[in-house]
Design a protein around this ligand. Sequence first.
Ligand code: IMP
Length: 427
Amino acid sequence: MPVIAVIGAQWGDEGKGKVVDMLAERADMVIRFSGGDNAGHTVINSLGKFAVSLVPSGILSPGTVCVMGNGMAISPAVLLKEMDGLAGRGIDFGGLHISDRANLIMPYHRLIDGFEEETRGEQAIGTTRRGIGPAFADKVARRGIRVGDLLDPVVFRDRLAQVLEYKNAIITKVFGGEALSLDDIHREYCGYAERLAPYICETTRIIAEAIDRGDEVLLEGAQGTLLDPDFGTYPFCTSSSPLAGSSALGAGIGPRRIDAVVGIFKSYCSRVGTGPFPTELKDEMGDLIRERGAEFGTVTGRPRRCGWFDAVAARFSHRVNGFSSIALTRLDILDGMPSLKICTGYELDGKAIDDFPSSIQSLERCRPILEELPGWTAPTSDVRQRDALPPEAQRYVDRIEELISSPVSIISVGAAREQTIICRDVV
Ligand code: IMP
């Protein structure tokens, strides 16, 4: 049985939640390997509509073991709130494991995220202000506090005392804020520790044993490739890597254990927050896609910027992830559009290029070279076979497949689990 990584291939919000939920139905284990509560995954299944941000989407499939991997940054307050909400709707957490190596989001991370955004002024990244950047910065600066530290109140207090002295100096001297209290944070986090302790453990062994047993394991991505700190639109990006390569690292498995990498692409593009977006539509067409697709952030409620499908960015995403197949989501949102455009190249300073520039200054100057395709009028939401799609929709999907050079395995034509066209197995 395979290990399948499900990876956001654009700027996040590609509909990974639905694809993971669908694949999780047959999976034995689902592992979140990066990010934190900056992610927002909406899942609609027979149990209802759910928005999860930290717990793996697999929690909605009874019997699936869920792991929050070492690559995550976890806010215990948000996690417990999410768990309480889900428990109230009958979701069971018996199969949840939280890596003791994951980093904690602390109150000063959120505070500093806000201060940093304010001081950036016009250059603000548009972060979710959940403390994600400061938490991952602390991890690599070796100032992070890890989930496992919660298990020993003395170790936790010592570590917190050491880090907080430094953080309070930054908060008060750099940003002119008010120092945070060691006792208050300690008390608050000891309360979380008590509730989370049953779930916290060393997770690499559980995962390795599952793979060795032949269980089907999903590596659930968060955010998207173009928000990666190396390959995304740096510095307008997030702070942990959403790439396929990082899925092994953030779960604690070797890369050779991954059998399939599914890239999730929305049938158009969207982006939330600032940063370059070559195919952005700042006109009525962009508004129409936003309204039809209800493109508003799951976490922050911010309107998402919308634009045409960008095949240059998509090819780049395939290059750095090595997708074995792709899932194309939200095709139904394009139903009824008179015509559609796909960006097949960029024009940069008067020259045509077909690669995704590494510098945002260049990317900002790129003008999309657009190919026009006819739209379709018949609704696609009830279609369950690729060859039953309206011919123009088939042509649209075929063209995307051809431009990315990776086969389409799944087409999503609605939010519900069953509103899916399976074109081929993902493995
Ligand atoms: P941060 O991850 O909160 O630091 O935000 C950095 C950038 O990534 C901002 O542009 C956010 O809007 C974006 N971002 C972070 N998480 C997501 C996500 O799950 N979907 C879409 N954009 C995201």
